[in-house]
Design a protein around this ligand. Structure first.
Ligand code: PSU
Ligand code: MN
Length: 302
């Protein structure tokens, strides 16, 4: 079994069997510009503590799997440049070679499971990219949801993705996609979308019971909880559509492929909206962190 380095507060939570929420680190290194990335990470960690759980940001530093980063390490990671973006395929090579990398949703789920953490909060998951019928660009996050038993709280999928195809693939993989408190599948910057979520639950307790029931059924894989952005923070979908198309055209012109696609699109949209996409992004991640903490607390009692 791999030797995990826990932060002092996560080690304490584990010893006392109190609720823990995992957080990814790619959102810090590739999802937001410095210093917004570290400011957001601190706010999100604070939200989780305020809700009665312990935050565990996961990353690989100098060949060690860290579960929980103290403030110095968080700051170092947020400032570092050219950090590797680690998904399922990259994790072992990075650890074996003594490298440093941030974890995507897929790799964070793997780390969370190893650490016995059931719940993980992020912004948006990776999915099926627009044009996947020719590029074959489908995030490994979807496969991970099918195989690793962690409940992931996200604000739905970004409109940089083909959301319909993303939902189809999740259905094929047997991943429960559960909208929180509404019927519509939320579209990241917008609370609603024309698409119906396959499942709906209205309380953290119900989500916790469904998580336990999957384990009792011996089903592999997690659950995707699609939590709508608070109304006050949303950006209407029709306002963003042209910005997203322009970002995609730019990526195609520059020949951006593979792992670089998602970070490139996020940065282009950030610039084109004068930072408004980031403000909404921060609000929805915090909202997801609060729900994830409530689920982690509910799991202690079910
Ligand atoms: N979507 C976002 N913000 C992000 C990501 C996705 O809205 O920061 C990051 C997550 O870490 C996710 C990864 O797991 O991008 C997906 O990358 P790819 O599409 O290369 O699998
Ligand atoms: Mn991809």
């Amino acid at each position: 079994m791999i030797d995990i380095e826990y932060s002092p507060e996560v080690a304490r939570a584990r010893a006392e069997n109190t609720p823990v929420v995992a957080l990814e680190s790619t959102i810090i290194t590739h999802g937001m510009p410095y210093p917004h990335n570290v400011d957001t990470a601190r706010l999100v960690e604070g939200d989780i503590r305020a809700a009665g759980a312990t935050p565990a940001t996961i990353a690989v530093l100098d060949g060690r799997l860290h579960v929980g980063l103290d403030d110095t390490r968080l700051q170092q990671l947020a400032r570092a440049e050219n950090v590797a973006k680690l998904s399922r395929a990259d994790l072992a090579v990075c650890l074996a070679g003594g490298g440093t990398g941030s974890t995507t949703v897929a790799a964070t789920m793997i780390g969370a499971r190893l650490a016995g953490i059931d719940v993980f909060a992020t912004g948006g998951i990776g999915g099926v990219h627009k044009g996947a019928e020719t590029s074959f660009d489908i995030s490994a996050d979807l496969q991970e949801l099918a195989r690793t038993p962690v409940t992931v709280v996200a604000a739905g999928a970004k409109a940089i993705l083909d959301v319909e195809k993303t939902l189809e693939v999740l259905e094929t993989l047997g991943v429960p996609v559960i909208a929180f408190g509404q019927d519509a599948f939320p579209a990241f910057w917008s609370a609603s979308s024309p698409l119906h979520a396959p499942l709906r639950l209205d309380t953290a307790g119900e989500i916790a019971r469904a998580h336990r029931m999957r384990a009792a059924l011996d089903l592999p894989g997690g659950q995707l909880i699609a939590n709508p952005i608070p109304a006050a923070d949303e950006i209407p979908a029709d306002e963003l559509a042209p910005v997203i198309s322009a970002a995609q055209a730019k990526a195609a012109r520059r020949g951006v492929t593979g792992k670089a696609v998602t970070p490139f699109l996020l940065q282009s949209i950030f610039e084109a909206t004068g930072g408004r996409s980031l403000t909404a992004n921060i609000a929805l991640v915090r909202n997801n962190a609060r729900l994830a903490a409530a689920i982690a607390c509910a799991l202690i009692n079910v």
